[in-house]
Write a protein that binds this ligand. Structure first.
Ligand code: UD1
Ligand code: CA
Length: 498
């Protein structure tokens, strides 16, 4: 390692925030939900999931979430999302200032000093904030040597928000709507609630913040005026991208943010090399990854950890969750969860791939097929109308139309193992557990209850018997009986001996 790169490392370490504190203690009653507001999802993650991901991307020494309302549900969710998040409980003193103080106290209680360095504060209900903008806030803050730097934006209708009070490029304070006078209410620059603080200045000022205001809350915003009054620098980073600082309080706002996030994800995907025919009917989670030269057709929803590889075409009307689509594969009008589609594979139209479906290279699941816990080898085909569950299929095997694995005996699931180069006829039923050897065949309608050795033809259907004249005898006078009479007068009609 050269001296230069070593010093770069050191300064990288220096700019890492000592902590990001994500505020998540509020109630969020307007969502009208038993689910805590910040757990509501958009674009593949909960609101708090997005907030924590952006915070984590700053690579802080500590990531803290302040919780209180529906504490257990929220804590469980946060820990599942990111087990390294430190949970801080807010007490009964209300307000954003108290919330941050509780976050700092939780760090102190673990022997973590926040006397120096940068502390970032963000909200659990602001899901579109990007790591880039958050990073820019931290850089500006550190470069300016500020006590506090607040992220602001200008809104046509600023009502409800805290207003930014300025003296030139310096912020002298923030006044809440409820505490503001008429002149202050005219200010259109609003406080997003996202800040970078000098840790020492923050701790010092918080100790002086009271609850003497219209809401009886300990306001975090008071830290700015206190820092300014003590002669420290306080400035703002103004963003024109209001979506990044917007929170969702009800389901209407949640939908608007979700649609905007989707639009951003889709445009980013297009710029990165995905053809998307119809953004209006395409929904792609921010957690999905797409290679260059992929195509997404209308009516398609890609969720979770789905990955689409180069030259693959997905859609139309396809929903994939946690699915890997191999290079050059096609997935047409399909619903799939937890599946892996091999390179060159073809799925659909109208199929349902359930978890544990793994298709090898060039394997095919055709129309109206349901699969679960199925491994299909290279070049094998299940082309039409059937169900395969708990099944392993070798390479280059052709499963005929309407084949079904009877994998469930009412109490337990059993496996079907089918070899390579097998040919099964229409309507074969595999009564699991059962094994079919390489190169074996089955006859139409076979009910396969016993293992089939390699190269054997499995037949299980009883010989056909025709009860001659049954229709005329049992259904006299019917159209069928008449048709049969007419046919028998004609020499060409099939007889039992044909
Ligand atoms: C706050 C700001 C306001 C800003 C607005 C942006 C203060 C005093 N006001 O308004 O200037 O324009 O955010 O949205 O800071 N929270 C807690 N504990 C609490 C109170 C809130 O954790 O005791 C959390 C909430 O869960 C939420 C965030 O802090 O994530 C903001 O709370 P909210 O009540 O929505 O903001 P306001 O106080 O109205
Ligand atoms: Ca409030």
């Amino acid at each position: 390692m050269t001296t230069e790169s070593r010093s770069a490392r050191v300064s990288d370490t220096d700019v890492r925030p000592v902590a990001v504190i994500v505020l998540a203690a509020g109630a969020g009653t307007r969502m009208k939900s038993r689910t805590p507001k910040i757990l509501h999802p958009l674009g593949g993650l909960s609101m708090i999931g997005h907030a924590l991901a952006a915070a984590r991307a700053l690579n802080p020494h500590h990531l803290v979430a302040v919780v209180r309302h529906q504490r257990e549900k929220v804590a469980e969710h946060i820990t599942a999302h990111d087990p390294e998040v430190l949970l801080a409980d807010q007490d009964e003193v209300p307000g954003t200032g108290r919330a941050v103080e509780c976050g700092l106290e939780a760090l102190a209680a673990r022997g973590i000093s926040t006397d120096t360095g940068t502390v970032v504060v963000s909200y659990g209900d602001v899901p579109l904030l990007t790591p880039e903008l958050l990073g820019e806030l931290v850089s500006e803050h550190q470069a300016a040597g500020n006590a506090a730097t607040v992220l602001t934006t200008t809104l046509e209708d600023p009502s409800g928000y805290g207003r930014v009070l300025r003296s030139g490029d310096q912020v002298v304070g923030i006044v809440e709507q409820k505490d503001a006078d008429e002149t202050q209410r005219q200010v259109k620059e609003i406080n997003s609630g996202i800040y970078a603080f000098d840790a020492g200045a923050l701790t010092e000022a918080l100790a002086q913040v009271s609850t003497e205001n219209a809401q009886g809350e300990k306001y975090l915003t008071d830290v700015l005026s206190l820092a300014r009054a003590s002669g420290r620098r306080v400035s703002a980073l103004v963003t024109e991208d209001r979506w990044q600082v917007e929170g969702a309080n009800d389901r209407v706002q949640l939908q608007a943010l979700g649609a905007e996030l989707n639009r951003r994800t889709i445009f980013a995907a297009m710029r990165a090399g995905t053809t998307i025919i119809d953004p209006a009917t395409t929904w792609i989670d921010s957690t999905v990854t797409l290679d260059e030269d992929t195509t997404v057709l209308p009516g398609t929803q890609l969720h979770g950890k789905t990955h689409v590889s180069r030259d693959a075409v997905v859609g139309p009307d396809t929903t994939l969750r946690d699915v890997t689509v191999g290079e050059g594969a096609q997935v047409i009008r399909t619903h799939a969860t937890g599946a892996r589609i091999g390179p060159g594979g073809v799925v659909g139209p109208f199929s349902y791939l359930r978890p544990g479906t793994v298709l090898g290279e060039d394997a095919k699941i055709g129309a109206f097929y349901e699969t679960k816990n199925v491994t299909v080898g290279r070049g094998s085909k299940l082309s039409h109308l059937g169900y395969a569950g708990d099944t392993t299929i070798g390479d280059y095997t052709n499963i005929g139309c309407g084949n079904i694995t009877a994998n469930y005996d009412g109490e337990h699931k059993h496996r079907t193992v089918i070899g390579s180069h097998v040919r099964t006829s229409s309507n074969t039923v595999f009564v699991a557990p059962v094994e079919i050897g390489d190169g074996a065949y089955t006859g139409a309608g076979a009910v396969v209850r016993k293992n089939v050795p390699p190269g054997a033809l499995a037949l299980s259907v009883a010989p056909q018997r025709n009860a001659e004249g049954w229709v005329q005898a049992k259904r006299p006078g019917s159209a069928a009986a008449q048709a049969a009479d007419d046919a028998q007068k004609n020499d060409d009609a099939p007889t039992a001996t044909d």
